[in-house]
Design a protein around this ligand. Structure first.
Ligand code: IMP
Length: 172
């Protein structure tokens, strides 16, 4: 079901080194609360945090928005944070920003909880009009509109454990 490899393990690793440096510079003298959006961001979050020098605490939340390869447009909180984010420097980790619906909803909710700062790290951003107004602080790669799998990204819970990102080829 793989059409082609889009990002190799080595390419991802090299980009994570660069992102970690950028993040360390941005948060100099501060402590980060890294928040992973389950489940897709887990691979990205753990690999990136291992490269950081900045002190970091970790929490997760889970929302449900997708079924198959298309957005349902409906976002539901499945599992909320166990940490109070008020006064914390929150860095949200997202695997891929597609329409941006998920992030917009989470940003709205988190802003009402008064963090000291709220930033976004996305491994992938799809280059589509729907998400252009969203400002992302740290982006791994900008990709096309294709559906991708691997390195945390799934299709109905499959393929997450591929160590690279690939373009998924729909069955003809
Ligand atoms: P958005 O709300 O449309 O930005 O979609 C964000 C979420 O949809 C991501 O966190 C993924 O879980 C899922 N998603 C969007 N595009 C893809 C894709 O190409 N492959 C796998 N999951 C995707």
């Amino acid at each position: 079901m793989i059409e082609r490899t889009l990002l190799s393990e080595t390419e991802i690793g090299t980009r994570l080194d660069e992102l970690a440096k950028e993040i360390d510079e941005r948060y100099a003298g501060q402590e980060i609360l890294a928040v992973g959006i389950l489940k897709g961001s887990v691979f990205f979050l753990t690999d990136l945090l291992k490269r950081l020098k900045t002190p970091v605490a970790v929490d997760f939340l889970q929302v449900r928005s997708y079924s198959g390869t298309s957005s349902t447009g409906n976002i539901q909180m499945v599992h909320d944070l166990s940490t109070d984010i008020e006064g914390r420097h929150v860095l949200l980790f997202e695997d891929v920003v597609d329409t941006g619906l998920t992030l917009r909803k989470i940003l709205e909710l988190f802003s009402s909880r008064h963090p000291a700062s709220l930033r976004i790290a996305a491994l992938l951003k799809k280059d589509i009009p729907e998400n252009r107004d969203l400002s992302l602080d740290f982006v791994g790669f900008t990709i096309g509109p294709e559906f991708v799998i691997g390195y945390g990204l799934d299709l109905d819970e499959k393929y997450r454990n591929l160590p690279y990102v690939a373009v998924w080829r729909p069955e003809k």
